[in-house]
Design a binder for this molecule. Sequence first.
Ligand code: ATP
Ligand code: MG
Length: 457
Amino acid sequence: TPPRPHVSTKMSVCGVDIGNLTSTVALARRRGVDVILNKESKRETPSMVNFDEKQRFMGTDASAKVMMNPKNTVSQLKRIIGRSFNEPDFAEEVKNLPFSVTPGPDNEPLINVTYLGQPAQFSPQRCLAMQMADLKLIAEADQGSKVTDVVVGVPAFFNEKQRRAMLDATHIAGFNCLRLMNETTATALAYGIFRTDLPEDNPQHVMFVDMGHASLQVCVVAFKKGQLKVLSQAFDRNFGGRDIDAVLFHHIAAEFKEKYGSKGVDVSQNARAAMRLSNEIEKVKKILSINPEAPLNVECLMNDVDCSTKLTREKLEELAVSIFDRFLTPIKTALADAGLRPDEISEVEVVGAASRTPCLVRTLEEFFGKQVARHLNATEAVSRGCALQCAMLSPAFRVREFDVQDVTPYSIAFRWDKVAAGADEGADDAAAGAADGNSVTSVLFPKGNVLPSEKMI
Ligand SMILES: Nc1ncnc2c1ncn2[C@@H]1O[C@H](COP(=O)(O)OP(=O)(O)OP(=O)(O)O)[C@@H](O)[C@H]1O
Ligand SMILES: [Mg+2]
């Protein structure tokens, strides 16, 4: 008789955090949640796909190729997926990317690369699916069996179209996505579920501030024993580590042009040199988070010229002042929407790798008059929270009872066209919502509505 196929009895559920810079995957296990190491023994995998002459590369392999082949290395997919060239700021967004993105028939973005020696076009959904499939393999290699059930984090500000596009990507990747979860809510779950000291009655209010590569997300959560209730969410879609990098880049590129221009150095004329300089700048920025000054040296940046300078934290803060000045706006919005004063927040938890920026931490501490807390792993909280949520949704796991109440960050309206009819019907329409010409719009779920919710229409 042929050998019986191996049937794994190990059930597995996972959580995925697709970041703009790096992604992580976590597996829920009987004894807790593990963030899984990739084949380079790193927990963070670069969010990149490289299209090559013979094959495609994902993650760390793709990031190793980006310098040699920037035009065929796709990144920052979360900025592109589910968007449209009709949106006012979208053309500007893609202009800054090193690869080509052009509008498709419905103004949707399409990514153009050379793959296997041929021109090829991919939707952001498909590219993101390649990245997700790679994370799936990382989880499966560790688990030793198939991993299909997943909860994936999305920024709270993602609209319906962006969420659907993310869901498409999970399906293409071969995942069974049980839910998309707002990243800040996942963080709150990762924080709350293991706390054994939560109050029975008067809820404890915690603010979560996630400072990532491309955006800033804030939420205020009320915790009680066995329960988490999101009170408000606020964000700045264009406030992240990459925006700090961009101002430093402009400054240093201009300085190098002035210093070494006579020897032919001008990074605006050379994509590869610009990318190498960006990389060095990101490294220096991180050094400046713990040191007051740092050298910046790039060997043979252009025309075999070695370029060097020095950057201080003070200068960084001066250059990025227009960004840093915007930092408190979403914090104040989140507080106002939650109806709370700063002193009513018992803890301000910071996550996201850019939360290591001293100036931002200082601003938060001055505003709240207390130290920020770092109970969570800054780059793992989202995937851990997603894995926990996935375990809670899966019948195969028994997780401590914990109720997660999220809210919609925007209002959800319903619009329908009026049928040419008598006055009576028009009166009904007007009662149901705001009539405008031939269509009627009615807000079904206002901003801040508890999720999940149902309504008959
Ligand atoms: N020590 C540090 N000091 C300052 N900034 C840092 C430090 N370490 C990392 N960063 C910055 O943090 C950003 C990455 O943060 P994170 O990994 O949380 O983003 P992400 O989850 O990939 O992206 P997003 O959440 O926007 O989708 C990068 O811009 C990086 O330069
Ligand atoms: Mg993130």
